[in-house]
Design a protein around this ligand. Structure first.
Ligand SMILES: [Zn+2]
Length: 311
């Protein structure tokens, strides 16, 4: 009986675990637009966002990467304070990467200007990493746009490789910048009921997006994969990230570094997409293999889309 009981408990636990779509899979969390995504309301606000996100990552033991737009560091009287926000990421054992100087659209500015943006966007981050004997090695495309032609795309790839960068792909994102922008509108209007409704919808939208991207992974690879998640450094995540991370854990996923996740053989597949959109790499692999991409990823519900139409 002593032996039997644990075995029975284990067996009872198995079917539930098998139903979790993320069981046995890992997630790398990447957070873009440091020090802030959305309106810049000054250092005090930026510090609240940074603290909220870092404490959520620490509590859930998530090894995240933050991608920086260094232009946003240069604010009169606040430069040291803003650099300290980045320093706090490294002190927490997290990594920083380059997300260009001012977040231009590669498809609009072209290769030469985009290369300048990459160089200009790396000086402070490189210095902070060097103080800890670490290289600046990770890059994230702005708007996930990798080139509107195959020629642009190959040119940028060669440039990034030559400069020692690994461009980090994204498989799952969640329109969090969009939900954040309407959330801040509701906050401006002092509508706390609407703020709660939007923030709750944000959590629901994660489940919706996971369902959709997991279905796409199954279609492309016949299985779920280890994912790279894109989020942004904004108010909504500063307030709700603990719930988002709990939702991911509840789906069965474990958190891991970008390097660990990129070892999934899925990431060895070719991305031949060139065009206007910043697509998920799952959609790119589907296109390259002639597999239907299941259309566009789902939007939040209509009531949300129609809210504050300009945002
Ligand atoms: Zn961005």
């Amino acid at each position: 009986m002593r032996l039997l009981l644990p075995i029975l408990l284990l067996a009872a636990g198995l079917p539930a675990a098998a139903q979790q779509p993320g069981a046995g899979q890992r997630l790398a969390i990447t957070i873009d637009d440091l020090p802030v995504n959305g309106p810049d309301t000054g250092l005090a606000g930026l510090r609240r966002i940074n603290d909220g996100i870092l404490s959520a990552l620490r509590d859930a033991k998530v090894p995240a990467v933050g991608f920086v737009n260094e232009e946003k560091l240069y604010h009169e009287g606040e430069v040291d304070g803003r650099i300290a926000l980045l320093e706090a990421w490294l002190a927490a054992g997290l990594e920083l990467g380059n997300h260009t100087w001012s977040h231009p659209d590669f498809n609009r500015v072209g290769l030469a200007a985009y290369e300048e943006e990459i160089v200009r966007g790396e000086s402070v981050t490189r210095l902070l990493l060097a103080k800890r004997q670490k290289p600046l090695r990770l890059f994230r495309h702005t708007f996930l746009r990798t080139g509107k032609t195959l020629e642009d795309k190959a040119g940028l790839e060669a440039y990034l490789t030559g400069r020692g960068y690994l461009a980090v792909p994204v498989t799952i994102e969640n329109d969090d910048w969009w939900l954040n922008s309407k959330y801040l509108k509701a906050r401006e209007a002092g509508d706390t009921a609407l703020m709660t409704r939007i923030a709750d919808e944000y959590i629901v939208h994660w489940s919706r997006m996971f369902d959709w991207y997991e279905a796409l992974a199954a279609r492309v690879f016949g299985r779920n994969i280890d994912h790279v998640i894109l989020m942004h450094q904004n108010v909504l995540n500063a307030e709700r990230l603990p719930e988002v991370l709990a939702l991911m854990a509840k789906r069965g996923y474990a958190f891991a570094t970008v390097d660990a996740v990129l070892k999934d053989p899925a990431y060895g597949h070719e991305d031949r997409y060139a065009g206007p959109w910043g697509k998920s790499w799952l959609q790119r692999w589907a296109l390259a293999r002639g597999i239907d991409t299941l259309g566009k990823e789902p939007d939040p519900p209509d009531w949300f889309v129609k809210l504050y139409p300009a945002n």
